[in-house]
Write a protein that binds this ligand. Structure first.
Ligand code: DCP
Ligand code: MG
Ligand code: MG
Length: 526
């Protein structure tokens, strides 16, 4: 059975920017001596990334520290569990890109899609001749004549310009992929690394997808979906392209089958969405099994403290708190994730300093959290919790001084210190793919850095990924389409008082200026 073919439109021009060895580059900005020595960024006992000097020794993302040390005994390790600095720089990059388009979509901390369609058409009016900058994927025979070839050529010089700007102003190197949709731009950017760029013309889209080989390598096809496909013997992209659509439809339903099938041919119509503020801000931490309520409470208290710092940096006031637990069943060795949420009275927060909760208010929030916990876990029976997560959702902007004063005058302020559980939403149960032993790796989860991870990393990432969408149908990487891949829910806008040093080769004024510009923009957009 054949799928009706999707309209393959080449009218847009998209650039995907991915920073090179991102966390490592940020650490190098802070300490330039690290530039020329093998550097690994450590989270728990994993090297989450390394600079390219270390990669020469075979160090790969998500490698165990012990393995990495064998490959490169001189490897210098820097802790990368606190994501604050990475986020700050990440938002500076996005702010810089917003000078080229109003459609800039963040993906994780080090990637952005930029829809440069408009800029390209302006440039085309001015240019007499177009040429290609950087690498090309595929050949230049049989180019399409809808005009996309010229547009993509122009975009290659824009991409070069953008990358030069990122280097000049933030002292960071990056890779760019240029294509007529997000999928192609993202994939093609990985073809030449680091500090390079690559363009793909529509005639080579199918070949580009095939070059990924495994279906699991297609961005947005996650572990679950690729396992489903593997079960019907669809392992490679070519097999997906050749698959009987009826079988795919039977397996995935019409819509999903169509999306997946289109992806295998490089067709992706999802728009570049301007990234706004995150819908939820959360953190989670996996741990060795905890079976005592007192310990749970202690851990949740620590999480709440860290979460409040992130919320304060975001600037808005949350209305809902959500608790996530992962229960480990020792009998069948299966882990399940469950979440529950309840409203909190936003008046418990001091709008001037959210991190500074009075003891009374903190204990009110903790009471709500523990109530959620007791709804999720029957503490009268033995239980083993291997992950705890807290997130705030449903934000309101901080009241201005004026409105606070008005409230005070109308005596609304009397209700200020009440935390109430207004309604408890249904429980969400998500089977966890983590292997039974996974809790031995303790991972912080402020990160949701990348859309594709190594096998081991995928497990870790799975644990890290914050199921924080507003609805109960929470997103996991495997469920998302390219266009739907969302930001790290813990991301927050730039704090203008950030404390990152200006990179040595960059202009202090510009460096700070970008931060301020971005902070100003966060009010209405990102
Ligand atoms: N990261 C992480 N866990 C992973 C993979 C990455 O915490 N499993 C973090 C560290 C990276 C950052 O996210 O610096 C961005 O991820 P990338 O996959 O883009 O990797 P890098 O930017 O480090 O390297 P590359 O040069 O390959 O893009
Ligand atoms: Mg990167
Ligand atoms: Mg990346």
């Amino acid at each position: 059975m054949e799928a009706e073919s999707s309209f393959n439109d080449h009218s847009r021009t998209i650039i995907h920017i991915d920073l090179d060895c991102f966390y490592a580059q940020v650490e190098i900005l802070k300490n330039p001596e690290l530039r020329s020595i093998p550097l690994g960024i450590q989270q728990k006992n994993i090297v989450v990334t390394s600079n390219y000097v270390a990669r020469e020794y075979g160090i790969r993302k998500c490698m165990l520290i012990s393995e990495a040390k064998i490959l490169c005994p001189n490897l210098i390790l820097v802790k990368g569990e606190d994501l604050h600095d990475y986020r700050q720089i990440s938002y500076k990059v996005t702010a810089l890109l917003q000078n080229y388009s109003s459609f800039v979509e963040r993906l994780g901390l080090d990637e952005n899609f930029v829809d440069v369609t408009e800029l390209v058409s302006k440039r085309l009016l001015e240019l007499r001749q177009t040429y290609i900058v950087g690498n090309i994927f595929g050949d230049l025979n049989d180019l399409c004549n809808c005009g996309c070839s010229n547009r993509l050529r122009v975009a290659t010089s824009i991409a070069q310009e953008i990358r030069n700007k990122i280097k000049a102003e933030l002292n960071l190197t990056s890779c760019a992929g240029i294509g007529h949709n997000k999928l192609l731009a993202k994939i093609v950017g990985t073809k030449h690394k680091p500090n390079q760029q690559t363009v793909v013309f529509p005639n080579s889209a199918v070949e580009l997808l095939r070059s990924l080989n495994e279906v699991s390598k297609i961005p947005s096809i996650g572990v679950t979906l690729s396992e489903q496909l593997n079960n019907i013997n669809v392992k490679t992209v070519q097999e997906l392209q050749d698959a009987d659509f009826g079988n795919l439809k039977h397996l995935l339903g019409h819509e999903k089958a169509k999306t997946v099938y289109d992806l295998s041919f490089g067709i992706d119509c999802t728009p570049v969405k301007s990234s706004g503020k995150p819908q939820s801000i959360g953190i989670e931490d996996s741990c060795k099994p905890i079976s005592v309520e007192k310990e749970i409470k202690e851990k949740l208290k620590q999480l709440l403290k860290r979460l409040l710092v992130l919320v304060a940096e975001d600037g808005r006031i949350p209305k809902t708190i959500k608790l996530t637990v992962r229960k480990f069943n020792k009998n069948n060795k299966v882990s399940t994730r469950e979440t529950r949420q309840c409203n909190i009275n936003s008046m418990v927060f001091n709008p001037k300093d959210i991190t500074n909760l009075t003891e009374n208010n903190e204990s009110k929030i903790m009471t709500s959290i523990m109530r959620l916990f007791n709804k999720l876990v029957n503490t009268n029976k033995p239980y083993h919790i291997t992950l705890l997560g807290l997130s705030f959702t449903k934000f309101v902007e901080r009241p201005s001084v004026k409105s606070t004063l008005a409230k005070f005058l109308t005596k609304d302020i009397e209700v200020q210190f009440i935390t109430n559980i207004e309604n408890v939403h249904e429980t969400e149960v998500t089977p966890d793919i983590s292997p039974s032993t996974s809790y031995t790796e303790n991972s912080e989860s402020e990160a949701e850095p990348t859309t594709k991870k190594c096998k081991f990393g995928e497990l870790i990432a799975k644990r890290r990924f914050l199921r924080d969408s507003d609805s109960d149908d929470c997103a996991s990487p495997s469920k998302l389409r390219v266009g739907d891949l969302r930001l790290n829910s813990t991301e927050k806008p730039v704090d203008p008082n950030q404390n990152i040093c200006c990179p040595p080769n960059a202009s202090e004024e510009v460096f700070r200026g970008i931060t301020k510009g971005n902070a100003a923009r966060t009010v209405g957009g990102i």
